[in-house]
Design a protein around this ligand. Structure first.
Ligand code: G
Ligand code: G
Ligand code: MN
Ligand code: NA
Length: 254
């Protein structure tokens, strides 16, 4: 309960901050987007990772207002990117199941986008396979409405849940993000390399993009490039960095 009260206070005091991990296009070798990852600039404990507070935020429902803060901050950063000449870069935000349960979710996201004057396709929503598969919920309906607004949707941690091909095909998903547990083994494990190749062809046959997460070595990136993976995100290219540092990375490749 103490942590919950602290999150509430921090939201008011704007102690949260977004970091960004670049996504590299395998064709051009350039940064085409980034995933926003929240951090908490705690007054006494320093920079806290989401592991320290996201679970409590979800269980308490505070993830709903915090989630709107995250989307607003991501859109604000999109306008900064445009001002610096990076109007094509996309920003992806993670959205938890509880956020989809808020009946005003789609309308609030639409309002935030409008407020900032963002082209909707520059914002991407990442949901996990597990969130997508929770039954009797409004996730499917919300995804269709978000897609109608032009917002991109990607399926996170792909391969770790139980989504069916039928379900994936029915929903307006533009990209599959291969979970890093498979990517880590592409050069060492025959099973992992087979699974990753299968995921890439599955995505392409459903006319979706495919993004590999957690690539840490040049060999892994080479494997992914060779097998036509569209984008790669991972420590090999960059850890999550501050908004200023992402700007520096973009300037450097210009
Ligand atoms: O940034 P880090 O590597 O510590 O992220 C750990 C986990 O926290 C990620 O797997 C991600 O799912 C979750 N996470 C990070 N940022 C957000 C966020 O903005 N919203 C939600 N719902 N989860 C996040
Ligand atoms: O939302 P999701 O669970 O996909 O969040 C991405 C998580 O993966 C973040 O916690 C991020 O810090 C982490 N991550 C990103 N790239 C790498 C990587 O190359 N190696 C490892 N071990 N973790 C990574
Ligand atoms: Mn993610
Ligand atoms: Na993931």
């Amino acid at each position: 309960l103490k942590l919950e009260a602290e999150i509430r206070r921090s939201l008011r005091k704007e102690e949260f901050v977004l970091h960004f991990q670049p996504r590299i296009d395998m064709g051009s070798g350039r940064i085409v987007g980034a995933e926003a990852l929240i951090r908490w600039q705690h007054p006494t404990q320093g920079l806290l990772s989401p592991a320290a507070f996201i679970r409590v935020a979800e269980d308490s429902g505070l993830i709903v207002p915090l989630g709107y803060w995250i989307i607003d901050a991501a859109c604000r950063y999109l306008t900064e990117l445009t001002a610096q000449g990076y109007g094509e870069v996309q920003i992806a935000v993670n959205v938890a199941f509880k956020q989809f349960q808020d009946k005003n979710f789609v309308q609030t996201v639409a309002n935030i986008i409008k407020k900032h004057g963002i082209r909707p396709g520059r914002l991407e929503i990442e949901l996990t396979e597990t969130t997508m598969m929770i039954e009797g919920n409004s996730v499917d309906h919300s995804l269709r409405e978000l897609n109608n607004l032009g917002i991109a949707i990607s399926l996170d941690d792909f391969g770790t849940g139980y989504s069916s091909f039928a379900h994936i095909q029915r929903l307006p998903i533009s990209a599959l993000k291969i979970d890093r547990s498979f990517v880590g083994g592409v050069n060492a494990s025959h099973d992992d390399s087979t699974i990753v190749k299968a995921m890439i062809s599955l995505a392409h046959s459903l006319e979706m993009q495919v993004i590999a997460e957690g690539a840490e070595t040049a060999d892994q990136v080479e494997f992914l490039r060779e097998h036509q993976c569209d984008q790669v995100q991972g420590y090999f290219f960059s850890r999550p960095v501050s908004s200023d540092d992402l700007m520096v990375l973009l300037h450097r490749e210009a």
